[in-house]
Design a protein around this ligand. Structure first.
Ligand code: SF4
Length: 187
């Protein structure tokens, strides 16, 4: 059962998260990260006693510019607070794999919704407006909120495939001479 569509809050709030990005994601040593880190293993710079980074004020100089560039678009706090009711992965390590999977799919969803939100501001023709409505329907959260199961269904049922197939149809709207002015006026 799906509720009416509304965009989730996609402004990242690290204070409502449990540093999920610092444990869930893998790094490859290189320009953006000073070391290799597998997914599911806490970053060595993450405090053992708090969800805070020991080099937070010195990330780029310390070789962790990738952390500065990263934005989960609110997927972290939604995972922790809404899907897992505030549970933290240190207190419940058995839940970490599920939390990582929810975080991954929610981040993918929020990335798609962020684009959709901008496309909606463009001068659209009827077919493009209908497509936005269809995509919002495909991405609408269940009335009782996302779960790992409903997020997994979102992927397997093809919502993201639909989104990627639809994107080229907005090329003409992006090239419209009024597009930039419309985006500036609305943001
Ligand atoms: S360097 Fe800091 S912000 Fe980056 S992953 Fe490690 S603990 Fe998190």
């Amino acid at each position: 059962m799906t509720g009416g569509f509304s965009y989730p809050d996609m402004k990242t709030d690290c204070s409502a998260c449990t540093s999920l990005c610092c444990v869930a994601l893998h790094f490859d040593r290189g320009e953006d990260f000073a070391l290799n880190k597998p997914a599911g293993v806490p970053c060595p710079n993450l405090s053992d006693t708090a969800f805070s980074c020991a080099i937070h004020n010195d990330l780029t100089r310390s070789g962790f510019g990738g952390c500065v560039k990263f934005d989960c678009l609110g997927a972290g706090q939604h995972t922790v607070q809404e899907v897992f009711g505030g549970t933290d992965w240190r207190g419940h390590p058995e839940l970490l794999p599920e939390m990582m999977e929810v975080f991954r799919i929610l981040r993918r969803l929020h990335q798609s919704l962020e684009i959709l939100k901008y496309l909606e501001l463009l001068p659209l023709d009827d077919a493009q407006s209908q497509m936005i409505t269809m995509l919002k329907g495909a991405f609408a959260a269940p009335a009782d909120g996302w779960t790992l199961s409903s997020l997994t269904d979102l992927e397997t049922d093809g919502a993201f495939d639909l989104y990627h197939t639809a994107l080229p149809a907005f090329q003409s709207a992006l090239q419209d001479p009024n597009a930039l002015a419309a985006l500036r006026a609305a943001t």
